[in-house]
Design a protein around this ligand. Structure first.
Ligand code: G3P
Length: 224
């Protein structure tokens, strides 16, 4: 993985095509493309698949969520230590489909920092991006919730949310990488986002739900 180049993180969510053997095959395609074209591709996968995918794939694997807890009586919690033990490099935090309170977000980011897990804080707008930047996650991915899963990309529908998020976040901490997502489907969506200052893309349906994910990914990386 090249630290200075933009990254595409594919979130496998809980799609039928995104877990177990099918999810693995999709990540294998991502691995092949990443190696062959020297691009940064990563996957955010089901907690159940973290160990298998991390052990057997040569792309960074992220969790989709962790809980900001420490050892103890937290039945059902996704323990940050267990995520690190699984081999994952980091986690999404506060995805629009798995929202947390600001208190939980802060705890989670801090717990992940203690353990060396990278954090991708998902935010819905510029205001939340600014507030989140003060918690110093490694990345902030701004995704207007109403565009998630749709056909119009954030870079087409709301370009200003990308450039303004870059501006407010970098004012607080230049080390935080700003990503964006929602509705991203092709290389134009990505190149536009990059030209607006985005350092990467978080996307899901355009790749995971596609009958031809390899073709889509090969198109997407041309926008990087
Ligand atoms: O986590 C990525 C995401 O919420 C965007 O989803 O389907 O619009 O690419 P999608």
């Amino acid at each position: 993985m090249n630290d200075d180049s933009p990254i595409i993180i594919v979130n496998l969510k809980a799609y039928e095509e995104g877990y177990g053997a099918d999810g693995y095959d999709l990540c294998k395609i991502m691995e092949e493309i990443a190696l062959e074209h020297n691009v940064n591709l990563a996957a955010a996968v089901s907690a159940i698949d973290l160990v298998d995918f991390s052990d057997n794939l040569d792309i960074p694997i992220f969790a989709q969520h962790v809980d900001g807890v420490t050892y103890g009586s937290h039945t059902g919690a996704i323990l940050p230590e267990a995520v690190r033990y699984s081999g994952a490099v980091g986690t999404l935090v506060n995805h629009a489909e798995c929202q947390m309170t600001w208190e939980e977000i802060e705890k989670t980011i801090n717990r992940c920092k203690e353990l060396g897990l990278s954090t991708v804080l998902c935010t819905a707008d510029i205001e939340a991006s600014e507030k989140g930047a003060k918690l110093n996650p490694d990345m902030i991915a701004v995704e207007p919730p109403e565009l998630i899963g749709g056909d119009i990309s954030v870079s087409t529908a709301k370009p200003e949310i990308i450039s303004n998020t870059v501006e407010v976040v970098k004012k607080i901490n230049t080390e935080i990488s700003v990503l964006c997502g929602a509705g991203v489907k092709n290389q134009e969506d990505i190149s536009k986002a990059i030209s607006l200052g985005s350092e990467g893309i978080l996307l899901a349906s355009g790749v995971v739900k596609s009958p031809e994910p390899r073709k889509v990914l090969l198109d997407l990386i041309k926008g990087l």
